[in-house]
Design a binder for this molecule. Structure first.
Ligand SMILES: Cc1ncc(COP(=O)(O)O)c(C=O)c1O
Length: 250
C-alpha cells in the first residue's frame, strides 16, 4: 500500500517513545546513555557544528580518519536516523523498489515508505540464526530495485554479517544497478574484534552510523553516512569544505 506523507506512521517509534515503560523492556533497542559530564573532555572538544548546516570540516575530517576513508566520502547527519533518511532520499525516487531485510529495525521500513518506496522484503530466518542468505536476496531483487537495506549488526537479533556475505549481496545488487545501505549503528559494539565499514567493499555500498550505541552518546546526535563522493555531494551539496575537493565559500 502506498502511503501519503501525512499518513505515514511509525508504529514502533510511537510505541518506543510513548508506551514502552516496562521494567525489563525487550521491545526497544536503546542502550544506556553515557553522561556527557563524565567524559574526560571539555565542552569545546565536543563541538560538532559548523557555520552552516552543511557540515563542519573538522568533524568530517575526524570521521574520515576514524573510518579510514577520504573526507569527501563523509556526510555528517543528526544521528543514524537522519543519516538513514538522507541516504534513502538520495538513492531512490518515489515508486522505486527498495528491498529490506525481514525482520528489521522498523524505522528503516517506515522511512522508506515515507519516501514513497515500493517495499519488497527478503527473509532472515530465526532457524538460520538470522543470517543473511544471498540466495534470498537474489530471489527477491528485481530490475526495479534501487536499494537493498540491511543492518549489521542485525537489529533485532544482533547477528553479524561477514564481508564475504556483504560482498555477495553487493554483487547481486550491483547487477541490477542497485546500491546497498548498511545501517552499522551496532557494528562497533563488537568490542572484542576490530570492525570495518561495508563502505570499504565497493562504491555501490553506503553505510550509516553514529555515536549512539557503541559509545552511548545519543545526546550528541553525531551521525554520519559514508558514500562515494558523487553521492555524498548529492546528499549535502558542498558538505565537505576541506582541502580535498574545493575551497570553502566565505
Ligand atoms: C538499527 C538502528 N538504526 C538507527 C537507530 C537510531 O540511532 P541514532 O540514535 O543514531 O539516530 C537505532 C536505534 O535504536 C537502531 O536500532
Amino acid at each position: 500500500m502506498k502511503l501519503s506523507r501525512s499518513t505515514a506512521r511509525s508504529p514502533y517509534m510511537e510505541f518506543a517513545k510513548l508506551r514502552s515503560a516496562a521494567k525489563y523492556n525487550l521491545a526497544a533497542s536503546g542502550v544506556m546513555s553515557y553522561p556527557l559530564a563524565e567524559l574526560p573532555v571539555h565542552m569545546q572538544d565536543l563541538e560538532i557544528n559548523g557555520q552552516t548546516i552543511y557540515g563542519y570540516a573538522p568533524l568530517q575530517e575526524s570521521l574520515a580518519r576514524k573510518n579510514q576513508v577520504s573526507p569527501d566520502c563523509v556526510v555528517a547527519a543528526a544521528g543514524t536516523s537522519m543519516a538513514n533518511h538522507l541516504a534513502m532520499a538520495a538513492t531512490f525516487e518515489p515508486g522505486d523498489e527498495v528491498l529490506i531485510e525481514e525482520p528489521t529495525y522498523e524505522l528503516l521500513l517506515s522511512a522508506a515508505k515515507y519516501l514513497g518506496a515500493e517495499i519488497r522484503r527478503f527473509p532472515r530466518r530465526f532457524e538460520e540464526g538470522f543470517r543473511i542468505n544471498p540466495e534470498e536476496v537474489a530471489r527477491q531483487i528485481t530490475s526495479r530495485t534501487r536499494l537493498v537495506v540491511i543492518t549489521n549488526l542485525h537489529n533485532p537479533s544482533s547477528a553479524f554479517t561477514d564481508e564475504a556475505t556483504l560482498t555477495a549481496v553487493g554483487d547481486i545488487a550491483h547487477r541490477v544497478g542497485a546500491r546497498v545501505l548498511v545501517d552499522e549503528v551496532y557494528l562497533e559494539a563488537m568490542f572484542d574484534q576490530p570492525t570495518r565499514s561495508a563502505f570499504h567493499l565497493g562504491s555501490h555500498f553506503l553505510a550509516t552510523n553514529s555515536l549512539t550505541k557503541a559509545y552511548g552518546l545519543s545526546g550528541l546526535r553525531c551521525g554520519w553516512i559514508l558514500a562515494e563522493p558523487e553521492l555524498s555531494e548529492r546528499i549535502y551539496p558542498g558538505a565537505y569544505c576541506g582541502t580535498a575537493k574545493r575551497a570553502c565559500p566565505e
